[in-house]
Design a protein around this ligand. Structure first.
Ligand code: FA5
Length: 344
């Protein structure tokens, strides 16, 4: 046993001396082989030598071999780490790999789309107005010719803060706010968020964005409304997009229409389409000639002036422009989805 112990301590000394002479990866590997090689390494030989020990001495012999092995492994590992820290930085990178693009923040896709809509109207000579998202019953309903208890209010149900204050259900109240302050000619758009008591589905959200449009001047006709909206939709989508005006009802316009475009998701080909429900058409805005009663409410003479107004759903239109089958994707905050719209 004495001899065995002496052998181990001699190995420890020799290993330390050899370690001090290691200069590079190659000599490090040679030293590793000298001690740890499974076939002829010193440790392997020591294990063989244990056979010469008495059975009761063997556990102690095993412990001594293990302590030598641990020493050898630890010293070799730490020297290896030193070598790789000294390596020139460039050799750690594969310069042939394509670069990784840093993600920079970007406006939300709906904001980007709203800007596109705004640019088209700005080019037509419209200016941009703004109004509060918390509205009074008067501006959201009454001034727009919805008397209290009028059944049309049901389609625009919302969250009430008090009996008189509510989250606005459309951008139309800003028409009233602007016409109270300013006399014709008026040519404005009003982008903003609106709220409704609504269960989310692929084409409905309880919070969404609209762009309101209002033109008031002398001799404004339905032809102006039609021409303006057609020019807008052809610029936003493509020249040959199919557009249809459907008679409709809004208390604040007369006559009124809803405007549909062809379904850009299925192009009218899919009877099961969840977006157009197989009809091939999708509604994106409401419009009409300003009701004379609304002019009276803001002291504009309906005998002298006429006008048109429209309200476009931005999220719903963006959904079709980007050919996305579900509007809820815009608000799930999944970066894999959002990042597709980043401005390059
Ligand atoms: C209105 O909100 C009227 N204020 C529009 C208007 C303005 C008519 C001026 C006449 C004159 P409507 O509820 O239909 O109308 O909404 C207009 C558009 O908003 C719809 O065509 C649709 O594109 C979008 N929209 C309506 N409800 C939702 C909803 N729950 N989620 C997402 N978009 C919606």
């Amino acid at each position: 046993m004495k001899d065995f112990k002496a052998k181990i301590s001699e190995h420890k000394k020799q290993f330390k001396r050899a370690l001090a002479r290691v200069k590079d990866e190659k000599s490090l590997q040679e030293l590793r082989n000298l001690y740890l090689s499974r076939k002829r390494g010193h440790l392997r030989v020591l294990i063989e030598d244990m056979k010469a020990l008495k059975p009761q001495e063997r556990p102690m012999g095993g412990k001594m071999i293990n302590s030598l092995k641990t020493l050898v492994q630890e010293k070799l590992e730490s020297l290896k780490a030193e070598f790789s820290a000294d390596e020139p930085v460039l050799s750690k990178f594969d310069l042939t790999l394509p670069g990784r693009r840093e993600y920079r923040g970007s406006p939300h896709p709906i904001v980007l789309f709203r800007q596109e809509v705004e640019d088209i109207f700005l080019a037509m000579g419209f200016s941009i107005e703004d109004g509060p998202e918390i509205e009074t019953d008067y501006y959201n309903f009454e001034a727009l010719n919805f008397p209290p208890h009028h059944p049309a209010r049901d389609d625009w149900d919302t969250l009430y803060i008090t009996d008189d204050l509510l989250l606005r259900t459309h951008t139309s109240p800003v028409q009233i706010r602007v016409m109270e302050k300013r006399k014709p000619p008026i040519r404005i758009i009003i982008p903003g968020k609106v709220y409704r008591r609504e269960t989310p589905d692929p084409t409905h959200l309880p919070m969404f964005c609209q762009v309101e449009g209002l033109v008031v001047d002398q001799d404004i006709t339905f032809a102006h409304l039609k021409g303006t909206l057609e020019h807008f939709l052809k610029t936003l989508f493509y020249e040959k997009i199919k557009i249809r005006f459907r008679p409709s009802f809004f208390p604040f316009t007369e006559p009124s229409a809803e405007v549909d475009i062809e379904c850009t998701v299925c192009e009218g080909e899919n009877k099961e389409c969840r977006v157009c429900k197989g009809s091939g058409w999708i509604e994106i805005l409401g419009a009409g000639m300003v009701n004379p009663q609304v002019f009276k409410n803001v002291n504009i003479d309906p005998e002298k002036y006429s006008g048109f107004a429209f309200g476009l759903g931005i999220d719903r239109t963006a959904m079709f422009a980007y050919q996305i089958p579900d509007m809820r994707f815009f608000y799930e905050n999944d970066l894999r989805f959002i990042r597709q719209f980043i401005q390059k």
